[in-house]
Design a protein around this ligand. Structure first.
Ligand SMILES: Nc1ncnc2c1ncn2[C@@H]1O[C@H](COP(=O)(O)OP(=O)(O)O)[C@@H](O)[C@H]1O
Ligand SMILES: [Mg+2]
Length: 296
């Protein structure tokens, strides 16, 4: 089912589109294709992508040349399918590839689909992680407008909430990307899971120019609080996940107090959401959570 695009990447949009056309014409589509259409909100290719990242042969490695952790862009190949990934091996106390995998695991637990698939992988004996290379534009270079600003604001709200949960001190405009389908993708989650007892964003973005730019405001002299709001199913999920769920998701990558504090911050987040009342759910027709429509 994974199609090899012109740039050597899969094109999920194309796959879904072909399946939808086939179904509407009454044609038989394979079970895999039907599943993919039905489970749209959960990044249906996740497991296959994770498997690919773990097992595919590495055919090329290049230093990216930007950023401070010296990541590399690698090319992977398996069964005639070629994809790219970013490889990180940095492993310091406050900056580690382990946090990248942990952030992905937590994104999965919450059903967000905002962190691209990321797995542990050693290359030539050096431990690190591989994250799927996605197309899109880093926010810093994004110049288009958003056709549905409210939907965009909801994604930014979720990003600030997620960053509060994982104690991310590094969500600047080069560490978030906009997919061709206008989905917000959260890359570079290595500086996270700190000993942080408070919510760094207080579920909002007040304070810096970076936050205003995320909200679509060029300059915010008054540093207003923004009107953040969340998909109801996310709030529900946050209320139901247990300490144990968090422990299971993070156990191989984050330890001790750093891990325990994730549950503490979740409690703070829920208290803030409660204090917002109905405003937390303001958007009536919330866009589904899930991956960028074009994850290639
Ligand atoms: N998964 C990804 N898909 C596409 N581009 C990426 C991805 N991850 C990182 N990049 C690009 O590489 C740059 C550097 O990667 P980043 O993870 O931010 O490293 P650093 O920790 O060194 O800042 C990013 O700003 C972005 O342009
Ligand atoms: Mg970065």
């Amino acid at each position: 089912m994974l199609k090899n695009g012109a740039n050597g990447c899969i094109n999920l949009d194309l796959m879904r589109c072909l399946c939808a056309i086939a179904v509407s014409l009454g044609l038989t589509v394979s079970v895999v294709a039907q599943e993919a259409v039905k489970n749209d909100a959960l990044w249906p290719e996740r497991e296959r992508l994770e498997h690919f990242l773990r097992k595919a042969k590495i055919t090329d490695r290049k230093k990216i040349g930007t950023g401070i952790t010296n990541p590399e862009k690698v090319t992977l190949e398996m069964d005639g399918i070629v994809m790219n990934a970013i490889y990180k091996k940095v492993d310091k106390k406050h900056d580690s590839w382990r946090n990248e995998v942990a952030a992905y695991q937590l994104d999965k637990l919450l059903g967000l689909g905002m962190v691209p698939p990321t797995v542990k992988r050693s290359i030539r004996g050096r431990k690190g992680c591989l994250q799927l290379w996605v197309t899109g534009t880093v926010m810093n270079e994004y110049e288009e407008s958003f056709p549905d600003m409210d939907a965009w604001h909801q994604q930014v709200s979720v990003m600030w909430l997620f960053d509060d949960l994982i104690a991310n001190i590094d969500r600047h405009l080069n560490n978030a990307m906009v997919s061709p389908g206008k989905r917000l993708m959260l890359i570079d989650n290595s500086k996270t899971f700190r000993i942080q007892k408070t919510l760094l964003n207080d579920l909002n973005g007040v304070g810096t120019g970076t936050h205003a730019r995320f909200w679509g405001v060029e300059y915010d002299a008054d540093r207003e609080r923004y009107d953040t709001h969340y998909p109801p199913e996310l709030i529900e999920r946050l209320r139901t996940i247990s300490k144990d769920d968090i422990k299971k998701a993070l156990k191989k990558f984050v330890w001790g107090r750093n891990r325990g504090l994730v549950s503490d911050r979740l409690e703070l987040i829920l208290a803030r959401i409660d204090s917002m009342g109905q405003a937390a759910y303001r958007r009536e027709t919330a866009p589904p959570l899930g991956p960028p429509r074009s994850a290639h």
